[in-house]
Design a protein around this ligand. Structure first.
Ligand code: UT7
Length: 334
């Protein structure tokens, strides 16, 4: 059995910065509320007149990751793309990356696990490498939220949180079993699917049915029972980080860098306090990018790495919780 390690990282966010004050011009909200409840100061939203999308942002992040891995697009054996905001209902964004990067006709899959999308994606890639099937896999998380949000006061509980962006990494085979992904841990609890959901359009409620309600059907906007999600998040984050550490006979003191999914700064701070971690042991950048769901962990990981906050041999822990519910962790020896 082989091991896999991250050999290249990259992220891309749209240029357009949207501050909390900008949002207060669209809806009844304010900078103080958003910062106090979420930690977010600003986020990036794609300019509607541009042709950017989850796939194009993913392609830009991918090019950086592949170059930093010292590889070319022709060295990549497989693509795993995580998003809840694909360009098309089908096909998924993975095949668009194959085309946009002019890659050989390699396989591509899409992962539909929302905030846990990147954890599921990198874990999936890890299995293909462990079995020896592939050597270099491109793993992408990308989201284009802004065009699908209810940007009125009605949607303020959700729309102020989400941002657009993409991150990517190259996961490569290594013979050194002491390095790379040590383990990954995945969970779901589908009975809470309706607590954080975009219900439509679905095959059951297709576009003409929605139009026929003359704007009364708003099920194509994200719905979130924020308090319920928050309460579950802090429990599941803690559980799944502990599960990962125990599997590897490690303790919370062994963590050099925890990269939590950037759902809400208060969730990260709760987990940090619970595990007694210092500010140097937890990385957050939700302040500048908001919650980018499947992209958030890989954007944060890349951001931390670019700031030299991750060093050789560090124990890096990735953890996420979100819609599904789904949650998971990945334990990495860098
Ligand atoms: O990434 C996937 C997983 N997602 C999460 O983990 C998110 C988890 N949940 C949260 O982050 C928080 O629940 C929110 C940030 C979404 C909301 O914070 P909260 O502290 O749970 O606020 P709330 O929903 O209980 O609302 C408190 C008050 C309400 O007013 P009343 O009823 O007390 O008068 C809301 O109407 O704040 C009001 N409110 C706002 N006020 C200004 C809700 N949204 C806003 C807003 N600006 N944007």
């Amino acid at each position: 059995m082989y091991n896999s390690k991250i050999t290249g990282l990259g992220y891309y966010v749209p240029e357009n910065i949207v501050t909390n004050d900008d949002l207060s011009e669209l809806m009844d909200t304010n900078d103080a509320w958003i910062q106090e409840r979420t930690g977010i100061k600003e986020r990036r939203w794609i300019d509607k007149n541009s042709d950017e999308s989850s796939a194009t942002m993913g392609a830009k992040a991918s090019k950086i990751a592949i170059e930093r891995a010292g590889l070319t697009k022709d060295d990549i054996d497989f693509i795993v793309f995580a998003t809840l905001s694909p360009d098309y209902f089908f096909p998924g964004c993975g095949v668009q990356i194959q085309d946009m990067l002019d890659m050989p006709t390699i396989g591509a899959i899409d992962i539909r696990n929302q905030c846990s999308g990147f954890i599921y994606a990198i874990s999936t890639a890890d299995q293909f490498i462990k079995t020896g099937m592939y050597k270099n896999i491109l793993v992408i998380g990308a989201e284009y939220h802004s065009n699908g949000l209810d940007k009125t006061t009605r949607g303020r509980g959700v729309s102020v949180i989400f941002g657009d962006g993409a991150g990517a990494c190259v996961l490569s085979r290594t013979d050194d079993n002491s390095k790379g992904i040590l383990s990954s841990h995945l969970h779901s609890e589908g009975k809470y699917a309706d607590k954080l959901i975009v219900k439509s359009p679905s095959i059951k409620n297709w576009v003409p049915d929605i139009i026929n309600t003359n704007g009364e059907d708003t099920s194509y906007y994200p719905y979130m029972d924020g308090t319920f999600v928050f309460k579950n998040a802090i429990v599941r984050f803690s559980e799944v980080i502990k599960e990962g550490l125990e599997k590897n006979n490690l303790n919370t003191e062994d963590i050099d860098m925890l990269i939590p999914h950037q759902a809400n700064l208060r969730i990260s701070q709760f987990v940090q306090k619970k595990f007694g971690l210092s500010n140097d042991q937890v990385f957050n950048n939700i302040m500048k990018f908001g919650n980018t769901t499947a992209a958030s962990i890989i954007i944060a990981l890349t951001d931390a790495w670019e700031q030299n906050k991750i060093k050789e041999n560090d124990l890096v822990v990735l953890a996420a919780f979100g819609s599904g519910f789904t949650w998971g962790s990945v334990i990495i020896r860098w």
